[in-house]
Design a protein around this ligand. Structure first.
Ligand SMILES: *C/C=C(C)/C=C/C=C(C)/C=C/C1=C(C)CCCC1(C)C
Length: 250
């Protein structure tokens, strides 16, 4: 009888696998960032705290999304967007914190947050209000609106204010770190629209017949790459900066 209470993961369900590994990976990453925070110089501590909060918030939501998925077999759309609404703006805060010493202003931070909120609200409307069976017009329209917000963040990281501040920062760790984070926004973040287009009526759903359950497969993989990877880049920046200062003293 007891066995009935234990969740069994069907062996042909990769999405369930990614919910479980995603949860554990986010959880472990948070512990790592919180502990390592004690080791880096003062000016990096806030950035590491934010890295740990991003994966920590995700871990809690993965805990719930995993169970939701296991119990219903459906996409936990609301939980997903609640998570993103907290974690993506925190990534924007991270961009601000990392370029603050080079002159980043609060207004830069709010512009990035505004663009990311536009991206997420439009994405949520696109997914949550997609009628049963799917409506291509609906998903494309909201997908396009969402992409405007995405492109704004992408532009800012590659060529706009964030890129320029990093370039003029006189700090090698900041320069190369921001460039790496910009790559994450270009490649890692681009995985999300692929997942989005798998929903019923989405382009990949209608053109290639990709099932809407793949939405979560792409989102889970992208989340692990972007949330943990982003945090590790920030951690790497702090360590590189610390080591270069040590070398200068020696
Ligand atoms: C930790 C979570 C992150 C980094 C989430 C990022 C999400 C996106 C970049 C989503 C982008 C979307 C589009 C560009 C168009 C279609 C709708 C979205 C919301 C999936």
């Amino acid at each position: 009888m007891l066995l009935l209470d234990v969740m069994t993961i069907p062996k042909d369900d990769p999405i369930a696998f990614t919910f479980f590994t995603g949860y554990m990976a986010m959880f472990a990453a948070s512990i790592f960032f919180f502990f390592e925070r004690g080791r880096v110089p003062e000016k990096w501590k806030l950035s590491l705290l934010v890295s740990g909060l991003i994966t920590g918030i995700a871990a809690v939501h993965y805990f719930y999304m995993r169970d939701y998925y296991m119990a219903s077999g459906e996409n936990p759309t609301a939980l997903r967007y609640i998570d993103w609404t907290l974690t993506v703006p925190l990534m924007c805060v991270e961009f601000y914190l990392l370029t603050k010493a080079a002159g980043a202003t609060k207004s830069l931070m709010w512009k990035l947050i505004g663009a990311s909120v536009l991206m997420l609200v439009a994405g949520y409307i696109g997914e949550a209000f997609n009628p049963p069976g799917g409506d291509t017009g609906h998903s494309v329209m909201w997908g396009v609106i969402s992409t405007i917000g995405y492109v704004y963040v992408l532009y800012t990281a590659w060529a706009g204010e964030v890129a320029k501040l990093a370039e003029n920062s006189n700090n090698a760790a900041v320069k190369s770190g921001i460039r790496t984070l910009a790559w994450f926004v270009l490649v890692g973040w681009a995985i999300y629209p692929i997942g989005y287009m798998c929903m019923d009526g989405g382009w990949l759903n209608t053109a290639l017949g990709w099932s809407s359950s793949n939405v979560d497969l792409f989102y889970n993989i992208a989340d692990a790459i972007n949330k943990i990877g982003f945090g590790l880049v920030v951690y790497g920046m702090a360590v590189a900066d610390m080591d270069s200062k040590k070398a200068a003293v020696a």
